[in-house]
Ligand binder design. Structure first.
Ligand code: ATP
Length: 261
């Protein structure tokens, strides 16, 4: 597999705190990579750097052969990198279908709001958006919920809709920030199946997760951050047995997350 993403020496400071410290990371095309670590380890900051929300203080990011260091979030999206957030960010009063259409705004001239409110868009654009969104609903088994207000869905289905919104643009890479948070074991199973399906369709996946059991089962590789530093990178089973990783979790009194489900 070829390297799709190559990050070198990535560092981000907030005042005196180094949230991400000289992190190197290579992600191969088609990989499912898990990014884990105790609370405050720098995982979300790392995603925020990769999606252009923060500019790194040091380091370089190459994606698909392009230097994207310092790109703005919309430029990163144009490169094919999409994400979900730790806190679900759906328009809860709008239908599932409209929420998914929102994910296609970058591909339409008319823009996000008009794609929802029906303003100034061409018929061809409207048709394309509707077809793509509907196809995705079918793929994710959400067609029965298409016209339901997103806020009425179960937690697990809201997360699926969020992922669908990120997927509708056929991303090269999708970043999932704690997708299993608050899910029951059945929802976690179904999420893992969805992530495998996403990879099968050609999208590379990085996920931040506290559910260590899930990432060991699902991911090809695990990377562990602790206090902003990468302390492990490799085979999931070996990584979670690594004494430095166990110590990082025990130090933060999160041992149950290591030995739990
Ligand atoms: N905008 C910010 N300003 C100042 N400090 C920040 C900012 N964002 C994050 N931090 C700090 O940087 C460190 C890393 O935070 P981050 O949210 O990236 O960790 P995390 O691994 O995602 O944690 P969690 O698992 O709890 O979500 C923490 O000490 C946090 O308080």
């Amino acid at each position: 597999m070829d390297a799709l993403l190559e990050m070198k020496g990535i560092t981000k400071r907030f005042g005196g705190l180094t949230a991400v410290d000289q992190v190197d990371l290579i992600v191969k095309k088609g990989e499912i990579l898990g990014l884990i670590g105790p609370n405050g380890a720098g995982k979300t900051t790392f995603f925020n750097i990769l999606t252009g929300i923060y500019r790194p203080d040091q380091g370089n990011i190459q994606f698909n052969g392009t230097d994207i260091t310092g790109f703005k979030p919309y430029q990163i999206a144009n490169q094919g990198i999409f994400r979900t957030f730790q806190n679900i960010r759906l328009l809860k009063d709008y239908s599932v279908l409209d929420n998914i259409k929102l994910g296609l705004f970058r591909q339409t001239k008319a823009g996000a709001w008009s794609s929802i409110f029906g303003l100034r868009r061409s018929r061809e654009e409207e048709k394309k958006v509707a077809e793509e969104s509907w196809a995705l609903l079918e793929r994710l088994g959400l067609t029965d919920l298409a016209n339901e207000a997103a806020g009425n869905l179960s937690y697990g289905n809201q997360r699926r809709v969020e992922i669908a919104r990120a997927l509708v643009s056929h991303p090269e890479m999708i970043l999932l920030d704690e997708p299993a948070a608050g899910m029951n074991s059945e929802e976690v199973e179904s999420l893992s199946a969805l992530v495998r399906q996403i990879r099968q369709q050609g999208t590379t996946v990085i996920l931040i997760e506290h559910n260590v059991g899930m990432v060991v089962e699902l991911c090809d590789r695990l990377v562990v951050l602790d206090h902003g530093v990468k302390i492990a990178d490799g085979d999931p089973n070996q990584v979670v047995a690594n004494p430095a990783v166990i110590e990082a979790y025990i130090g933060g009194q999160e041992v149950t997350e290591v030995v739990g489900d």
